[in-house]
Design a protein around this ligand. Structure first.
Ligand code: ADP
Ligand code: MG
Length: 343
């Protein structure tokens, strides 16, 4: 079955969310017919690099022919590039321009880039290269200097929330009976780190869990704790209630949740509270605005900044400790007990 994020991949500039400056410059190129031959699309995974490369190629060729897509992760050798370079000099028979989309470009070997260099210095007029990458610093500088660079940013949560809402409605119109998604998509849009693909995948996980959605089911489907449990946990730590803390960890462990992910999310939760202490503004955090009262309760003592800095510090240490640990539960229990005693 086709995944939701493939099904709802934008085909037009107008359907892309965020990336306004990239879209603007790409459109300008098309309008003024001044096309850069070599471009680097760099930035966060799942934010529209491949999507915009395809849209641009399609518009450029007035929907004739298809761009040539190459996955550099599996074609990273010098011979692969030599083949590309040889075919790049021949004009396309289907369309005006020959557009190459090289995905995961940072995987190309040094020799492979060297084989590219000459062509990138003097590209055939009707050949366009778009290099997509999450790690632009791994691309040799000689190449970077000869390409126009576009930076893809994380997409704001409000735009992602609106997109998820659109998808739910479209699915309903297709006869799939989803309901009660509002709270879930609000939550997902906050925890997806501005990555659209990740958000749509999470939504799909929740829908496959139960089409009759609820916040509770969303948390179960994603293996996450509820905000209530996080507040319960942090308040127990502050009260020094080791028993209660161990019970919460035990319950989480028995539910089969991923404990490493739990530590990640709990670290972010404490960091969000720290941000609130420093700014006094719930909007700078990922936490839903209606939880402001709970946050105030969790910081209602002297010098909370000192304590939350300590918690975050401890949790970061814990995160590193359990990275390669197969028995992370014990380590987590020890560190949480220490946190209860502020050691
Ligand atoms: N900016 C965006 N606007 C709308 N949908 C997006 C955007 N970015 C990603 N997506 C969704 O995520 C999927 C993967 O996006 P893709 O362009 O392949 O990401 P990248 O190449 O940056 O890793 C798309 O099929 C689309 O459904
Ligand atoms: Mg991609």
């Amino acid at each position: 079955m086709e995944s939701l994020y493939t099904k709802y991949r934008p085909n037009k500039f107008e359907e892309v969310i965020g990336q306004e400056s990239v879209v603007r410059i790409l459109k300008q190129q098309l309008e003024t017919n001044s096309i850069f031959n070599c471009m680097i699309f760099s930035g966060v995974s799942g934010t529209g690099k491949t999507t915009l490369a395809r849209i641009f190629a399609n518009e450029l060729n007035e929907h004739l022919g298809l761009p040539i897509e190459i996955d550099a992760a599996s074609n990273n050798g010098v011979d692969n590039v030599k083949q590309i370079v040889a075919s790049a000099s021949e004009r396309s028979i289907h369309s005006n321009y020959k557009v190459y989309i090289i995905d995961e470009a940072h995987m190309l070997s040094t020799q492979a880039w060297n084989a590219f260099l000459k062509t990138i210095e003097e590209p055939p007029k009707y050949t366009i290269f778009i290099f997509c990458t999450t790690d632009p610093h791994k691309i040799p500088e000689t190449i970077q200097n000869r390409c126009m660079r576009f930076n893809f940013t994380r997409v704001p949560s409000q735009l992602i929330e609106a997109k998820l809402d659109y998808i739910c409605k479209a699915e309903c119109a297709n006869g799939i009976n989803i309901n009660n998604w509002r709270e879930s998509i609000n939550y997902i849009s906050r925890i997806c780190d501005g990555e659209v693909r990740k958000a749509i995948s999470m939504l799909e996980t929740c829908i496959s869990y139960d089409k009759n959605m609820s916040m509770e089911k969303t948390l179960i489907a994603l293996g996450n704790l509820s905000y209530d449990s996080y507040f319960n946990l942090i308040n127990s730590i502050i009260d020094g209630n080791i028993n209660q803390v161990q019970l919460i960890i035990e319950k989480l462990y028995n539910s089969g949740a991923n404990l490493k992910k739990f530590v990640d999310l709990f670290t972010e939760f404490c960091l969000d509270i720290l941000k609130y202490i420093l700014s006094g503004d719930i909007q700078v955090t990922k936490l839903p605005a209606h939880l402001e009262e709970n946050v105030k309760q969790a910081i209602g003592f002297n010098n909370p900044d000192k304590y939350y800095l300590y918690f975050v510090d401890k949790l970061l240490e814990l995160k590193n400790m359990i990275k390669v640990d197969n028995n992370e539960k014990v380590t987590i229990e020890i560190v949480f007990a220490q946190m209860c005693r502020f050691i």
